[in-house]
Design a binder for this molecule. Structure first.
Ligand code: SF4
Ligand code: SF4
Length: 150
């Protein structure tokens, strides 16, 4: 089925993550870039903290991976999200489409699948666009701790 036909079918409304084809799975990603940011564990409290430091492969304009197919060659720690991880990773943002479908929630109104492109997502500040720096350009970690309002 073509991408257009898949979008028209609104497959995300009647399929569980387990039932999705590879194409459907890939299209579900909104490309927000939040999963491409470094997370840290606070040494004193064991608490998970978020940063505005992005993987060096993240395209900071489009918030997409600049070499998705070969990414593990350059970033071996990059996680390949699957159904199990979508249901269990504690740091996935509440807006993440995989997390939302796993929790039987609808896609957010600004999701590119509902709007044809990422413009609404950018307008509502739901991506990391304009808010992050590459790992290679970061300063001390303390300067990069953030709380994302999503
Ligand atoms: S957080 Fe979820 S929806 Fe956003 S880029 Fe990562 S996998 Fe895709
Ligand atoms: S390699 Fe690509 S997909 Fe993986 S964290 Fe980096 S930018 Fe994101």
């Amino acid at each position: 089925m073509s991408k257009e036909a898949l979008i028209k079918s609104r497959y995300w409304e009647h399929k569980q993550l387990e039932e999705m084809t590879d194409d459907e799975w890939e299209m579900l990603c909104d490309g927000c870039g939040h999963c491409c940011l470094t997370k840290l564990i606070d040494e004193d409290t064991d608490e998970l903290v978020y940063t505005n430091v992005a993987c060096n492969l993240l395209d900071l304009e489009s918030c997409s991976c600049s070499d998705y197919l070969n990414r593990h060659k350059f970033e071996p720690d990059c996680i390949k999200l699957d159904v199990h991880l979508a249901k269990t990773l504690p740091w996935l943002p509440s807006t993440c489409a995989y997390r939302r479908i796993a929790e039987n929630k609808p896609l957010p109104f600004w999701h590119p699948l509902l709007n044809g492109d990422k413009r609404k997502m950018y307008r509502y500040g739901k991506s990391v666009k304009g808010k992050v720096v590459h790992e290679r350009n970061r300063g001390d970690w303390e300067e990069h701790i953030v709380v994302w309002k999503l």
